[in-house]
Design a protein around this ligand. Structure first.
Ligand code: IPM
Ligand code: MG
Length: 359
């Protein structure tokens, strides 16, 4: 039996999470697995209910589970709360930190059926398969920060970008281990021509790489990487980078695959993994059943693979997504002429049916 904490969160979070649960239930029936889902509030929804975006009960439930499936958090309604009560800074970041989830994996793949959905030319993205490995519990997100008003009224702010050698080392090892299961190439992204933190990053990555002589390593400045990602993205296999650069580059990488609604993510490194789509809560689409549930469904597949060790089940979910797309079903974000437009629920249904049918 596998216990899974389900945190639907805000905006489109609840509606996409339900679709992932539907697909997991189809997996459960077909493969005879017992998933025990326990739901808890997080983000703005939790703030409204309890006065805090990450109630202790929610964190307890997460710690007791085998894995966590999260929808999305945040929305304009909670944007003006003090930082520690905002859904992002008060729930998502502490959840990552508390559970030791230092590695965020974001695979950007182009499904053959979606080659034309990308804004880039088909020949640029066809066959693309890269993995962003983003450091998730350090850097600017967690460094000291403050705001002060100087005499005369000038406001001064400080955000600090901190890293230590062990923090860089463990994420680098993770990237190299993952590269060994792929095309054996790591591109480490930094800004070593300007930032001291990037200089240390490059030193540590270079040193760790000596333990992986079978994996090719190159270093790239982040501005160049942003350019290369749209120029020739197929040169990348594993893209290793610090927290903030990874946040930005992974959104960019997602568009190569047609839509941010396709980008799954796994946050691992601690005892319990957290799985969530890379996109946000899209408040303006909330409740309309318009959102693409595929990023969340693919995140559930990553959960099966990385936290529950259910490889065949994970493959089945990924194949089911491919088959639903091959059959022509598209949510609004990836819709093209001649395809069949479906809503969030229908896309979930089509994918769950494929799992049931033996995808
Ligand atoms: C992401 C998101 C979060 C981040 C936000 C919601 C805090 O953009 O997971 O990429 O910046 O890490
Ligand atoms: Mg982001």
């Amino acid at each position: 039996m596998y216990s899974i904490a389900v945190l639907p969160g805000d905006g489109i979070g609840p509606e996409i999470t339900v679709q992932a649960l539907k697909v997991l239930n189809a997996v459960s029936r077909r493969f005879n697995r017992v998933f025990n889902f326990a739901e808890a509030p997080v983000g703005g929804a939790a703030y409204d209910l309890t006065g805090h975006p990450l109630p202790p009960e929610t964190l307890d439930l997460c710690r007791k589970s085998h894995a966590i499936l999260l929808g999305a958090v945040g929305g304009p309604k909670w944007d003006n709360l003090p930082a520690h009560l905002r859904p992002e800074a008060g729930a998502l970041l502490p959840l990552r930190k508390e559970l030791g989830l230092f590695a965020n994996l974001r695979p950007a793949r182009v499904f053959p059926a979606l080659v034309d959905a990308s804004t880039l030319k088909p020949e640029v993205v066809e066959g693309l398969d890269l993995l962003v490995v983003r450091e998730l519990t350090g850097g600017l997100y967690f460094g000291q920060k403050y705001r002060e008003t100087l005499p005369g009224g000038t406001v001064k702010v400080v955000d600090t970008l901190e890293y230590t050698t062990p923090e860089i080392e463990r994420i680098t090892r993770m990237a190299f281990e993952l590269a060994r299961k792929r095309r054996r190439k790591v591109s480490s992204v930094d800004k070593a021509n300007v930032l001291e933190s990037s200089r240390l990053w490059r030193e540590v990555v270079t040193a760790v790489a000596k333990d992986y002589p079978d994996v090719e390593l190159d270093h790239m400045y982040v501005d160049n990487c942003a350019m290369q990602l749209v120029k020739s993205p197929k040169q990348f296999d594993v893209l290793l980078t610090e927290n903030m650069f990874g946040d930005i580059l992974s959104d960019q990488a997602s568009m190569l695959s047609g839509s941010l609604g396709m980008l799954a993510s796994a946050s691992i490194g601690g005892k319990i993994g957290l799985y969530e789509p890379s996109h946000g809560s899209a408040p303006k689409y909330a409740g309309q059943q318009r959102a693409n549930p595929i990023a969340t469904i693919l995140s559930a597949a990553m959960m099966l693979r990385y936290s529950l060790d259910l490889e065949a089940e994970a493959d089945a979910v990924e194949r089911a997504v491919t088959m639903a797309l091959d059959a022509g079903y598209r949510t609004a974000d990836i819709m093209e002429p001649g395809k069949i437009q479906v809503d969030t629920v229908q896309m979930g249904d089509r994918i769950a049916e494929q799992v049931a049918a033996g995808a």
